[in-house]
Design a protein around this ligand. Structure first.
Ligand SMILES: Nc1ncnc2c1ncn2[C@@H]1O[C@H](COP(=O)(O)OP(=O)(O)O)[C@@H](O)[C@H]1O
Ligand SMILES: [Mg+2]
Length: 254
């Protein structure tokens, strides 16, 4: 069921929120309004998928909320921090210490082993790993036998599971995943999605995932739909059919 989004971005339950967020690329005749006043909150300990047609602003929204890009106006809130008002130095620290990332292309460092890759962000932040959590994550992800291998010796699915462990081991306030299953076969993709869902259920992790795949979105607790840089609706407890129908109806309105 598609429902209107309530104006709950400042909701105390939101781990991350956008408030009237605008992002304009370029200027003058060639300006592109990638985000056109987005207000949306992502609830703590929930798995949310962001969906919408190509060019609707999904990646831009995620990048602004993750401090990877700066918005033109509005607020990008992580906990109590408005990322639009921070210096590059602070944003680097925020990304390192408070956010976990999973990318479509894994983004592991080829010269480091799987274990070194997983622990690198903590090391850069000068923090000690929680060995209990490290063991739990690597066991649940089925990569305990792969920890001394370099990414080049791992399958795509294994590399992405290493990237997921890296994203979660610092207990970040939010994990952002941009098309995490885009380069995986369906079985490896399902493993990653199941694990992300379990991290929400069992560890209380907050996960926000961009995907164009209704099957992937069906693992989420909620889908937020974007169209033309605006929130175009949302779906609670999405399944493949409800997501497919919502996307079809969005396409028909264009
Ligand atoms: N760096 C950029 N420079 C100029 N335009 C951009 C840039 N990044 C994205 N855009 C434009 O902003 C709009 C939204 O892009 P994007 O957020 O990547 O959409 P999506 O991820 O939903 O496909 C598109 O029209 C895209 O062409
Ligand atoms: Mg994109």
């Amino acid at each position: 069921m598609q429902t209107q989004y309530p104006p709950a971005a400042q909701d105390a339950m939101a781990a991350v929120a956008a408030v009237d967020l605008v992002k304009v690329y370029g200027s003058g005749d060639t300006a592109v309004r990638a985000l056109d006043g987005v207000t949306v909150g992502f609830t703590r300990a929930q798995f949310t998928a962001i969906m919408g047609p190509s060019g609707s602003g999904k990646s831009t929204l995620m990048h602004c909320l993750a401090g990877l890009d700066t918005a033109t106006s509005g607020q990008a809130l992580l906990g109590g921090t408005d990322l639009t008002r921070q210096s590059d130095r602070v944003l680097t620290k925020v990304r390192r210490e408070r956010i976990g990332f999973v990318f479509q292309s894994f983004n592991l460092l080829p010269q480091l082993t799987a274990e070194q890759n997983i622990l690198l962000p903590l090391e850069l932040a000068g923090r000690k790993a929680d060995r209990h959590l490290f063991a739990h994550l690597t066991e649940s992800l089925g990569i305990t036998g792969r920890l001394s291998h370099r990414p080049g010796e791992l399958s795509g699915g294994q590399q992405q599971r290493v990237a997921v462990a890296r994203a979660l081991v610092s207990r970040p306030e939010v994990v952002f995943a941009d098309e995490p299953t885009g380069n995986l076969d369906s079985r490896s993709g399902a493993e990653v999605l199941l694990f992300l869902r379990n991290s929400v259920r069992e560890l209380g992790q907050t996960v926000v995932m961009v995907t164009h795949d209704p099957g992937a979105a069906a693992y989420a607790d909620r889908v937020v739909l974007l169209a033309d840089g605006k929130v175009a609706g949302e779906i609670d407890h999405p399944d493949h059919a409800s997501v497919t129908e919502a996307l079809r109806s969005l396409a028909a309105q264009r």
